[in-house]
Write a protein that binds this ligand. Structure first.
Ligand SMILES: *[C@@H]1O[C@H](CO)[C@@H](O)[C@H](O)[C@H]1NC(C)=O
Ligand SMILES: *[C@@H]1O[C@H](CO)[C@@H](O)[C@H](O)[C@H]1NC(C)=O
Ligand SMILES: *[C@@H]1O[C@H](CO)[C@@H](O)[C@H](O)[C@H]1NC(C)=O
Ligand SMILES: *[C@@H]1O[C@H](CO)[C@@H](O)[C@H](O)[C@H]1NC(C)=O
Length: 468
């Protein structure tokens, strides 16, 4: 139903100059309801300098920079944001000898109470490759516990990154979280991709749900780069909780960016700019133009030879076969074909032209693997080996990490382009073995970690599908 409203807005946006079509849903303050909590907040002064919600991201230089982000309710008296760190090998004997400073920004939630907190960000630079670091963060007024992370082995492409990938994980019913924590503590991953929809919702209950979610994922995100893109659940107040809480590279308020990891060029995008046009059209156009430039650069012959895989991830799928009223169950997904009638800013033609190898989505609370597909045409490599030199991108939908909205059923007839689907809660693992071999597997949390699907994507040649 929400989607229909957005289509109306979309239609409006053609008639009205941009900016006028902004009947923002954020506004009208509700009647204040006094609770015990309010009483306490007004009568007792609580200071909160203690860092919490600690999480990591890759910096602008994936191989040597890590950004540490955390929250405090109060700004420490010395107004500082500090990370002390050092190689884990010597941390026990020498302590944390290195020190980096950053800054804090005040974030005010858009909810009735206008809850505020300070988000601290510090970038660690010139880190040694393939090295485990121990760190803590905070200020003279309070330090976090000690955490560890390992830098990537090299800026070259000759190593094999492992990632966990999922979308749609909430505060309530975060069913996959415990398993992800165990995997992380065993050192299984180099990074996590959370493909939109957090907490349900980060702004809920005056952003307390967002705070609790960020505490929940600290158990993985303080140890690994936790790379994110926005989903529809982040929409409130112009995605302000999402934009404030994370620190993705690229300087676009975490909306879109790219980074290199081993043989893979990863690109994270916001599919939501196609849907929430009430916040303006500028970001959609800006992202599209940026994406084309980024894909062009990744396709420079020397670059593509060095780092041949291109993996794009965003929240809402272009294709899905779930039984519901979502955009992807109809043929004309906005992200796929662009704006209705004029067909501008469609992403699928870009993916085809610039040889995107894999497109990973979420939004449906299920897992689905597609045969290689372009414009509803299955373009297998060969009949016997569909994923060996396929003639179109391979799409995956992995939105089943677990949230309070439950599972997304498949009831109707499953289309010919759908290769596998499951309603089990779980997440995807990717191991990028080398320039020719990617391996994907789907973990079922319902089935105690069983691998319910896996496939190899094999390519001897990368680049535009137009030439195939
Ligand atoms: C990274 O270091 C580990 C030992 O700590 C070593 O086994 C591994 O080969 C190194 N990886 C690379 C790519 O150098
Ligand atoms: C929402 O945020 C985007 C991106 O920062 C900005 O360009 C736009 O003007 C904002 N829209 C509104 C209605 O505030
Ligand atoms: C693609 O490959 C799969 C698996 O071999 C097969 O079932 C399907 O029919 C193929 N589709 C086309 C259009 O060749
Ligand atoms: C790439 O990885 C696959 C799977 O591990 C392996 O079979 C293949 O030999 C590797 N290719 C090269 C060039 O190392």
């Amino acid at each position: 139903m929400a989607i229909k409203m957005q289509l109306v807005l979309l239609a409006l946006s053609f008639i009205l100059p941009s900016g006028l079509a902004s009947p923002s849903s954020n506004g009208s303050p509700e009647e204040p309801i006094m609770t015990l909590d309010d009483d306490l907040e007004s009568s007792v002064h609580i200071v909160h300098y203690q860092p919490e919600q600690v999480h990591l991201a890759f910096g602008e230089r994936t191989d040597s920079e890590i950004v540490v982000t955390w929250s405090t309710r109060s700004l420490p008296p010395d107004m500082s944001s500090v990370v002390e760190y050092g190689p884990t090998e010597t941390a026990a004997s020498d302590g944390l000898r290195q020190r980096a400073t950053g800054g804090a920004t005040k974030f005010v939630d858009g909810g009735r109470k206008h809850k505020s907190q300070f988000i601290h960000r510090v970038t660690l630079r010139q880190l040694e490759p393939n090295t485990s670091y121990t760190y803590h963060c905070g200020s003279a007024a309070g330090w976090s516990a000690r955490y560890q992370f390992r830098t990537v082995p090299s800026s070259e492409s000759d190593w094999s990154p492992s990632l966990a990938i999922y979308g749609d994980m909430g505060n309530e019913n975060a069913q996959s979280l415990a398993r992800l924590q165990q995997d992380t503590q065993q050192g299984m991953y180099d990074a996590i991709l959370h493909v939109g929809d957090f907490a349900y919702d980060m702004n809920s209950n005056d952003a307390r749900v967002g705070d609790e979610f960020m505490r929940q994922v600290e158990t993985i995100a303080a140890y690994l780069p936790y790379m994110v893109v926005p989903g529809n659940h982040e929409e409130k107040f112009n995605f302000s909780n999402y934009r404030a809480r994370f620190s993705m590279p690229g300087g676009t308020d975490n909306l879109f960016y790219s980074f290199d990891l081993g043989p893979v060029h990863f690109i994270g995008i916001s599919t939501e700019v196609y849907y929430f046009l009430n916040y303006g059209l500028k970001t959609l156009v800006f992202q599209y133009e940026w994406l084309e430039r980024d894909l062009q650069a990744a396709n420079e012959p020397a670059q593509r030879a060095k780092r041949p895989w291109i993996v794009v991830y965003g929240h809402r799928p272009m294709y899905c076969s779930n039984e519901n009223d979502n955009d992807c169950t109809h043929s004309e997904t906005l992200t796929r074909v662009g704006w209705p009638f004029v067909h501008m800013f469609g992403l699928e033609p870009l993916f085809y032209k610039y040889g995107v190898d894999v497109a990973i989505w979420a939004h449906e609370h299920s897992y689905e693997r597609l045969w290689p597909i372009y414009d509803y045409q299955v373009r297998n490599g060969s009949l016997g080996s569909p994923y060996e030199n396929p003639r179109a991108p391979v799409h995956l939908v992995t939105g089943s990490a677990g949230c309070k909205e439950g599972r997304e059923p498949f009831k109707g007839k499953i289309p010919v382009w759908s290769a596998f689907h499951s309603q089990d809660y779980g997440y995807t693992r990717l191991k990028a073995h080398n320039r020719t071999h990617l391996y994907f597997e789907q973990v079922s949390d319902d089935q105690n970690g069983a691998i319910i699907d896996s496939f190899w994507l094999i390519k001897n040649q990368h680049g535009s599908y137009e030439d195939l």
